[in-house]
Write a protein that binds this ligand. Structure first.
Ligand code: SAH
Length: 244
């Protein structure tokens, strides 16, 4: 039997946002690997082995998945949201590059609804015009790169989606990011804090950047900063498509 490795996105939380394609891959799997809270979202059944692991074990987990697939198993490695957005798909290709013996493993990447799209839909259409996404975690890149991208994104007048804004291990970066954006003249911009979108703990808060405080974000929050033309209509926030 030839194995295969499927890299799948589980969406932002709600089971209704798991795509039929991903559900089918999970039904056919012999092994599911991933960060423990994501693996916990996969329905258990006989014949399915679950391999939950720690968050930081990404490349090691990817290597294990490739090995299992090369041995003939039907392996799914899961991420939340989309697997290509700050998640496992890139880790698998990194592991593949380091391990030529697995180059022949059949791999497919199945997209999912990434957090920024679920968050944007709740708020209205804040990503309706040009935007960028920045991962605020400096675990894998220098903080200076993040600062530079924030400054340039502000200058280019992008709406900005911030992933991984703040965690117990990185309590200060998000406050610094807010300061950088205020210094860049973005104080009047609309900011959306979208917490645990599509889960029972969902909370959406909208305010101006100058009112935003670091404690408003945690690891379950996706932050969207509007561009200079982003506005409100009733309770909705949107970016006009004709903005500069
Ligand atoms: N691959 C994931 C992102 C992984 S990075 C995706 O495509 O969504 C993890 C970050 O995603 C979190 O720190 C948070 O910023 C964001 N995130 C993931 N799920 C979320 C949710 N349900 N609500 C709000 N933000 C979420």
């Amino acid at each position: 039997m030839t194995g295969r490795l499927t890299i799948a996105g589980l969406g932002p939380g709600d089971a209704a946002l798991v795509t039929p394609e991903v559900s089918a891959a999970l039904r056919e799997a012999t092994d599911v690997l991933g960060y423990a809270p994501y693996v916990a979202r996969v329905p258990a059944r006989e014949g399915l082995r679950l391999h939950p692991s720690d968050n930081r074990m990404e490349v090691q987990r990817a290597g294990e998945a490739l090995k299992l697939a090369s041995e003939g198993h039907s392996v799914v490695i899961v991420s939340s949201g989309d697997p290509g957005v700050f998640a496992m798909a890139a880790a698998v290709f990194e592991a593949l590059e380091a391990a030529p013996q697995w180059q022949d493993v059949a791999i497919r990447v199945l997209p999912g609804v990434t957090a920024m799209l679920a968050a944007a839909a709740r708020a209205g259409a804040p990503l309706g015009h040009d935007f960028c996404a920045i991962n605020l975690s400096d675990n894998l890149k220098p903080w200076a790169a993040i600062e530079r991208r924030l400054r340039l994104a502000a200058e280019a007048d992008f709406a900005i989606a911030l992933y991984n804004p703040r965690s117990a291990g990185r309590p200060d970066g998000f406050g610094r990011a807010l300061d950088i954006l205020r210094d860049a003249g973005c104080g009047e911009r609309i900011v959306i804090f979208a917490h645990a979108v599509t889960t029972p703990k969902e909370r959406i808060e909208t305010l101006s950047l100058k009112e935003a405080r670091p404690e408003m974000a945690d690891m379950a929050t996706l932050v969207i900063i509007g561009n200079s033309a982003t506005r409100k209509v009733g309770r909705w926030v949107y970016a006009p498509r004709r903005a500069s």
